[in-house]
Write a protein that binds this ligand. Structure first.
Ligand SMILES: Nc1ncnc2c1ncn2[C@@H]1O[C@H](COP(=O)(O)OP(=O)(O)OP(=O)(O)O)[C@@H](O)[C@H]1O
Ligand SMILES: [Mg+2]
Length: 299
């Protein structure tokens, strides 16, 4: 059974169609990276999954049941925008208040458990307003985890985090799904970061899912290329352009050859034409470039 199965979902805001005919499948145990340009319909879709706004059409199934089912609703934790915290209260008091709102039994034990999951057990006494952005995001996730949900929906939780904050967040995500019982939907524009942790991806455009894949499938479909530097870069580029069909210079100043060939062939060809290669490697495009290609209509 899948955690989420969406068919033909639509949402209209007056004349504006924010989501139109969207299909989406989130398997259990997945960290599902939800990607799309600004205004493509990610937050709107997430709000519908969480029941925060009604759908205009289509179906959303959570664990095989309609998303309006009360039992299944209780299994969803959500962080969309910032958590509703009192700035002057401590993290602990904010958490206990939220636990009381949700009528969580054994509140103290439960709050300790979720604060531990998000690596905030040592900062429970901090006033919320004095927490760093990364800590605030993790308090939001801790709140979403109250009540032991099996599906977490997180809208842009990586925004504004520094490298260490990103690393902790990745660890938190991996921890949350490690027993295979929980799934996370996480929207983000930080594709390089998402790629380090996501197990599945969904790419949305103009309110429609244009592609869903696993991280293995992404890996397999990401083009490989040969990147090189040589003693005469502009001559090298011209020479390579005569033999290979797709030759580009990247931002780091390497010339990339995307054709199906080998580094040996490239080095030999350039050597025969009087160019010495100083550095050469093979690599793959990442999620970011894959996404940009997809948006341009290529692959
Ligand atoms: N309450 C609303 N009323 C009218 N239009 C809305 C409303 N909420 C969203 N929209 C519109 O629906 C479209 C999708 O918005 P949404 O916020 O879902 O996009 P997004 O993919 O989350 O974008 P971003 O990456 O900027 O967060 C946008 O054109 C947006 O302007
Ligand atoms: Mg959004």
């Amino acid at each position: 059974m899948n955690a989420v199965e969406i068919k033909n979902l639509s949402k209209n805001f007056g004349a504006k169609q924010a989501v139109c005919g969207l299909d989406m499948t989130v398997p259990m145990g997945a960290i599902y990276g939800f990607i799309g340009e600004n205004g493509s319909g990610k937050s709107t879709t997430e709000k519908m999954i969480c029941g925060l706004i009604p759908a205009s059409g289509g179906s959303i199934k959570l664990y095989g049941k309609d998303y309006t089912d009360i039992d299944v609703r209780a299994r969803v934790g959500v962080l969309i925008e910032s958590p509703g915290c009192f700035p002057g209260l401590t993290v602990w008091d904010n958490m206990m208040l939220q636990a009381a709102n949700l009528s969580i039994p054994n509140a103290e034990k439960e709050v300790i458990k979720v604060l531990k999951t998000v690596r905030m057990e040592g900062a429970a006494g901090n006033k919320y307003k004095n927490c760093s952005l990364g800590m605030k995001q993790r308090v939001g996730i801790a709140m979403a985890l109250l009540g032991d949900p099996t599906l977490l929906v997180l809208d842009e939780p990586l925004n504004g985090l520094d490298a260490d904050g990103m690393r902790i967040m990745r660890e938190v995500f991996t921890d949350i799904i490690k027993d295979g019982k929980r799934s996370i939907i996480v929207s983000s524009h930080l594709l390089g970061e998402l790629q380090k942790v996501a197990t599945h991806y969904g790419i949305i455009r103009h309110g429609k899912m244009i592609c869903e894949m696993t991280s293995d499938e992404l890996d397999a479909s990401c083009r490989t290329y040969i990147a090189l530097q040589a003693d005469e870069m502009s001559k090298t580029k011209t020479l390579l352009g005569c033999k290979y069909s797709r030759v580009e210079e990247d931002e780091a100043g390497y010339i990339r050859v995307y054709d199906l060939t080998t580094p040996e062939d490239v080095v030999t060809y350039l050597y025969e034409n009087g160019v010495t290669v100083t550095e050469i490697m093979t690599d793959k495009i990442g999620l970011e470039e894959y996404f940009i290609d997809l948006m341009k209509g290529g692959k």
